[in-house]
Write a protein that binds this ligand. Structure first.
Ligand code: ATP
Ligand code: MN
Ligand code: MN
Length: 296
């Protein structure tokens, strides 16, 4: 059942100082979420999201017709995106984007952006990684329990190396483990991520696979370490997904993992209630960690 909201019946709306065209356009039909709802959501969560997004190159998934229409993945400033509130930086003949304030994020909503993805690096220091991501991708034939066990495995391996690590739902099917590091050259960061994924696959070849080969992913969790390169991205914490139910990629604590029902448990509709209940940021302190990777 889709909850009806009071329609303001206007051609335009302004949220956070940004004008929205077609504010009542439905972006997620199954959840009854409109473009205006999306803008209001980001206005409410920006203070949670900003530390993980501001100052980083982003990619955008634009879906002008909403989540069930055709979407376009864009890595650069492009037609239809107002850039007044965005930070643009030239790179290889294009302009990469970073969003450093709420106005910037809302101007992305105006441009039909349903997902924001970030690189594991800052705009100012792009040759170095400062966040690694282990993206756990469940193959066909696996269960949610398998995904949870895989996340715990990554967690324990990183803990054993005395590396603090953080967990979020993808808003899709899997989980992401985020490892903040002191600025580390990309070749070294990539090597470390690959070595960890390969060690898991070597120790439990029936459970894990560390190569992207589709046929090998049946009944296994793919430890996708390929997010860890200079230009690769992963969905940003608190970004919505252009997937059923307006799911949101949601930071959680490791102690919440056991009761998590799935990677799409938190959505634009229920995450604000979660945030209001929280006594502490699940990712508290992540921005201050400057840990050094051991040699692969
Ligand atoms: P799930 O949990 O369902 O796997 P996910 O966000 O981890 O969700 P993946 O398919 O594992 O999805 O990851 C895809 C990643 O690849 C995205 O995080 C995105 O940053 C990046 N990417 C690169 N090119 C594209 C593209 N054309 N469309 C979507 N994502 C892309
Ligand atoms: Mn994934
Ligand atoms: Mn993946």
């Amino acid at each position: 059942p889709v909850k009806k909201r009071a329609s303001k019946d206007s051609k335009n709306a302004t949220v956070g100082g940004i004008a929205l065209s077609h504010p009542d356009r439905v972006y997620w039909e199954d959840a009854g979420v409109t473009k205006r709802d999306l803008a209001e959501y980001y206005k409410d969560v920006w203070t949670w999201m900003a530390p993980h997004v501001a100052g980083r190159p982003i990619s955008l998934l634009r879906c002008p017709e909403g989540a069930s229409g055709q979407c376009f993945f864009q890595k650069h400033a492009a037609a239809g995106i107002a850039t007044e509130h965005l930070h643009l930086v030239p790179e290889k003949g294009d302009k990469i984007i970073s969003v450093d304030n709420l106005g910037g994020l809302l101007s992305l909503v105006q441009a039909g952006v349903l997902e924001v993805h970030t690189r594991g690096t800052t705009v100012d220091d792009r040759e170095n990684a400062d966040r690694l991501v282990f993206d756990l991708d469940p193959g066909p034939g696996t269960t949610w329990k398998d995904v949870v066990a895989a996340a715990r495995d990554v967690h324990e391996r990183l803990d054993a190396l005395k590396l603090k690590n953080f967990l979020k739902t993808s808003g899709g099917k899997g989980l992401h483990i985020v490892l903040p590091v002191a600025p580390t050259p990309w070749n070294k960061a990539k090597e470390f991520a690959q070595a960890l994924a390969q060690a898991m696959a070597a120790d439990d070849p029936d459970l894990y696979v560390a190569t992207a080969t589709k046929s090998k992913r049946k009944n296994r969790i793919f430890i996708d370490y390929l997010r860890n390169s200079r230009e690769a991205t992963a969905v940003a914490p608190y970004s919505t997904r252009a997937r059923p139910g307006a799911a949101v990629s949601t930071p959680i604590t490791w102690s919440e993992l056991g009761s998590l029902k799935g990677a799409d448990q938190y959505t634009l509709l229920n995450i604000r209630a979660r945030l209001a209940r929280l006594r502490q940021d699940p990712w508290a302190g992540i921005g201050r960690i400057r840990q050094k990777l051991p040699n692969a």
